[in-house]
Design a protein around this ligand. Structure first.
Ligand code: LLP
Length: 428
């Protein structure tokens, strides 16, 4: 089993002096983190994040590019700060995400995406002088122009076009088809570019696409890139300056045991994206989220109870769907491993949380080495869309988050308290 998750330098089993094999994050046994900070607990490896950014940069080395990390995947300030130090820009989709970035970095490499940007959010972004607005409709373009005019400023815009490219992923996170709410149809884009170019408060600067998330096959990325390259040609013939091509995010990760080297995956992705754009002299913006932080994080949880109903075995753990909603929302199958690797027979179990819904499960009919009450489990590849999607459902305080670097662990968000949950409310 150790082979299955030996993905240095994030989470690996290491043997201690008593020859017991325990899961470590970098150099630290995660058991110690659970004792120190409690469970459920999100644990991230700084080194894993760093290595993934490097692999990305290397894969795109043949074209001028900026990695605009998609903040929605994991917006903890310490994560953003680390990425900023590594030279990344940021893709934000709300005033809240912009504020997080501004708490640790300047806005010069920020792109603002999203189908429903409110006027005050765009004003904040114009004030901060972000790099690019990825505009998604004629109405939004009008509101952005008005914001920039009010502030006597100029906003750089790209239109997010909808390339009508199918992506083989979960329907909730596929975005590049005409039937989706995202982007503007290619046939309307030229007219909107012309409109933007007439405004003294807007500067046409690029074009953007994003076809979906958790896509592991390079073909749809290549198709989208080809479509974009054609449009760049048309827009330039119309006299527009198209300097930036923002290809969005979406590179998937293997959540199950057969894991491929990330550098191979990202290289295949980069080749698919870059080939059609070669020679256009554009600056590439990439907005990865999951592929940077996903495998760098795990959710630690403790087994509360074992029980059997009608011959079915349940492992009840102290984390729940409010802490990690991906299995419930996208039928995601995260690998789950015992923190202490001892030889024991596997059994078929459902791993469930304490929330009062049958949808509150992390795995169903999963083969897991028999674990005892009180033991720790690690839910892997939980660094992206884990804590970011956590809620207070069932009035559960959200988990703490820890960043590990070598042998040191830093608490980067302390556990919420119940007092904090009710503080904003009034009984009368
Ligand atoms: N850029 C745009 C415009 C996006 O909408 C997204 C993700 C990204 C970049 C980053 O995509 P990534 O590289 O992380 O795939 N909660 C879902 C994923 C939702 C993705 C939404 N948009 C999940 O847990 O699978």
């Amino acid at each position: 089993m150790s082979d299955a998750i030996e993905r240095p330098p994030g989470f690996t089993y290491r043997s201690d002096l008593k020859r017991q094999s325990r899961l470590c994050c970098e150099q630290l046994p995660v058991e110690r983190l659970a004792e120190r900070f409690g469970t459920p607990l999100y644990v991230y490896s700084a080194r894993a994040i760093r290595e993934r950014v490097r692999a990305f940069d290397h894969a795109f080395k043949d074209i001028e590019h900026t990695i605009c990390y998609s903040v929605k995947a994991n917006s903890n300030l310490a994560v953003l700060r680390l990425l900023g130090e590594l030279g990344c820009g940021f893709d934000v989709v709300s005033g809240g995400e912009l504020a997080r970035v501004l708490a640790v970095r300047r806005a010069e490499k920020v792109v603002f995406s999203g189908v429903g940007k409110a006027a005050q959010e765009m004003e904040a972004a114009v004030r901060a002088k972000i790099l690019l607005f990825n505009v998604e409709s004629a109405s939004e373009l009008r509101v952005l122009e008005a914001c920039a005019a009010r502030l006597k400023s100029t906003a750089s815009v790209a239109l997010r076009v909808n390339p009508d490219v199918p992506a083989d992923t979960h329907p909730y996170i596929s975005t590049g088809l005409e039937k989706h709410k995202f982007g503007v149809p290619v046939c309307e884009a030229r007219e909107l570019y012309a409109r933007a170019a007439r405004s003294p408060h807007l500067r046409v600067a690029g074009i953007s696409v994003h076809i979906g998330s958790q896509i592991t096959n390079p073909t749809p990325f290549s198709a989208a890139s080809q479509r974009v390259a054609e449009i760049v040609g048309e827009l330039r013939r119309d006299g527009h300056t198209i300097l930036y091509v923002d290809v969005g995010g979406g590179l998937g990760i293997p959540y199950q045991q057969q894991r491929e080297e990330f550098s191979h995956l990202v290289r295949a992705y980069a080749e698919a994206v870059i080939a059609p754009l070669q020679g256009l002299g554009v600056k590439l913006l990439v907005e990865p989220g999951r592929s940077i932080v996903g495998p760098a994080g795990a959710l630690l949880t403790r087994v509360l109870y074992r029980k059997a109903n009608g011959g079915k075995k349940f492992i009840v753990v102290d984390a729940a769907m409010n802490d990690l909603i991906r299995p419930a929302l996208y039928q995601a199958e995260h690998e789950i491993v015992p923190v202490e690797m001892a030889r024991r027979a596997p059994e078929i179990v459902d791993i469930v949380g304490p929330v009062c819904e049958s949808g509150d499960f992390f795995a169903r009919a999963r083969s897991l080495p028999a674990v005892a009450e009180g033991e720790l489990l690690a839910i892997l590849d939980a660094g992206a869309y884990g804590m970011a999607l956590a809620s207070n459902y069932n009035s559960r305080a959200r988990p703490a988050e820890v960043m590990v670097e070598g042998k040191t662990a830093k608490l980067i968000r302390r556990r919420e308290t119940i007092a904090e949950l009710i503080r904003l409310e009034r009984a009368n």
